[in-house]
Design a protein around this ligand. Structure first.
Ligand code: PGA
Ligand code: ZN
Length: 416
């Protein structure tokens, strides 16, 4: 960890567009000595209720209210004057100052998007000035040895990332290869065989969803899981050996009036647990994400028990990378894996705290992108630097996703 002080000379911001064509924010940070770096932040669509607040302009006449000009202005008119000329002994010191300047627990004053952009641009500029890689900088913050995560790649999409043609949000493939290089090659084969299968089955090439996953009109979730297994087999691989599956149920988004509206059926919490147990028994799943509603605290421990020895019980909307929620989930044994998204919490240091809490509890960690991404690749450095067990970036099409995979390839090759 750097003991020397890092002085911010200049901060500025730009409204740019994400992979859905919606505005987001990019921050430029110059340090004393002239080293300068930038970082941009992603944005979710199937968001959890406890996420830190992403500031949007709300002007219906511009980007349908989604503009980020207020975030830019907060960065340039509030944060820049307060931070320029200030020196920081660590990332934690800067992030603490950012939280202080915002003054709210949910970042609703200046915006989590605004704060995270500064936090990451500062991280990258500091790593540059210290002549270390960004992943090394990240691993020093958390004081862990870096390690390459296993990939989880979106194959089929439904829910809010597609046309809600099936209730569940993602079925992902999880290669069991030695390297990222080999993982990508086998993922390509499965993706292509799935796309060919869709052409045969539906008579047209399937349209893709927000993260590049194939989004044909499946009738139900079981069909999606079955088709994923068939695609793996047609690619010449063995499901459960060379390739596993994962599922993001994102069930908060089809929970209506205390029932899970899953594939045309209305299920109680108990029935939902039973259904997920059946999926995990029948398919080679490594994890089930958000299998239950994000506030169904009373059912989560039971789900975790029901999936024990079958697959991980992974919390995304349930935990929102929020240290308070993670602590409560640890105390109640409500899940055993954290989906970590920095913009759910708003600064790098709070993300590090979330990761630390999960690790102390013996949980697995999945570092994840958002459905609205930019071509920035810091996520790859984060997943490697924090030695995440898995990385979740979306599909292997679309450059905002490939920026991260290609960065993982670069990191991997630097260790050859
Ligand atoms: P989001 O989806 O980025 O739209 O929230 C990703 C996920 O649910 O994992
Ligand atoms: Zn999710």
């Amino acid at each position: 960890m750097a003991t020397e002080l890092t002085r911010i000379e200049k901060l500025s911001a730009l409204e740019i567009l994400d992979s859905r064509g919606r505005p987001t924010i990019k921050c430029f940070c110059t340090l004393e000595g002239g080293i300068s770096a930038s970082a941009s932040v992603p944005s979710g669509a199937s968001t959890g209720g406890s996420e830190a607040v992403e500031l949007r302009d709300g002007n219906p006449n511009r980007f349908r209210g989604l503009g980020c000009l207020n975030a830019v202005s907060n960065l340039q008119q509030v944060l820049a004057p307060a931070l320029e000329g200030e020196s920081f002994s660590s990332q934690a010191a800067l992030d603490h100052r950012l939280q202080e300047l915002d003054g709210t627990s949910d970042k609703s004053n200046l915006g989590a998007n605004t704060l995270l952009a500064v936090s990451l641009a500062f991280a990258r500029a500091t790593a540059c000035s210290r002549k270390i890689s960004l992943h090394q900088y990240f691993s020093e913050i958390l004081e862990v040895e870096p390690g390459m995560p296993r990939m989880t790649v979106n194959l089929f999409s439904g829910g809010k990332h597609a046309g809600e043609q099936v209730s569940i949000q993602d079925v992902l493939i999880v290669p069991n290869a030695e390297s990222i290089k080999d993982s990508l090659a086998s993922v390509y084969e499965v993706y292509q065989s799935a796309a060919d299968g869709m052409l045969e089955r539906f008579g047209m090439r399937a349209l893709t969803a927000d993260e590049g996953g194939l989004a044909p009109s499946f009738e139900n979730s079981i069909q999606v899981l079955e088709e994923a297994c068939s695609a793996i087999e047609r690619a010449g691989l063995k499901p459960g050996q060379e390739m596993h599956l994962a599922v993001d149920v994102a069930s908060s988004h089809f929970y209506k009036e205390s029932k899970y509206e899953l594939d045309g059926e209305s299920l109680t919490g108990q029935e939902m647990i039973q259904t997920l147990n059946e999926w995990a028994s029948r398919f080679p799943l490594v994890s089930i994400e958000d299998g239950l509603h994000e506030e169904a605290w009373e059912f989560w421990p039971e789900l975790t028990q029901a999936l024990d020895n079958l697959c991980l019980t992974l919390g995304d909307d349930f935990l929102c990378t929020n240290p308070g929620r993670i602590r409560k989930a640890v105390e109640t044994s409500a899940c055993n894996a954290l989906l970590l998204k920095l913009n759910q919490v708003g600064t790098l240091s709070e993300g590090a705290e979330a990761c630390r809490l999960a690790r102390e509890a013996g949980w697995k960690v999945v570092v994840s992108a958002r459905s609205g991404e930019t071509e920035d690749d810091w996520l790859a450095d984060l997943a490697f630097g924090w030695a995440a067990d898995y990385i979740k970036v979306g599909s292997i099409t679309q450059s905002e996703r490939l920026a991260k995979y290609n960065r993982l390839l670069e990191i991997e090759s630097s260790y050859d």
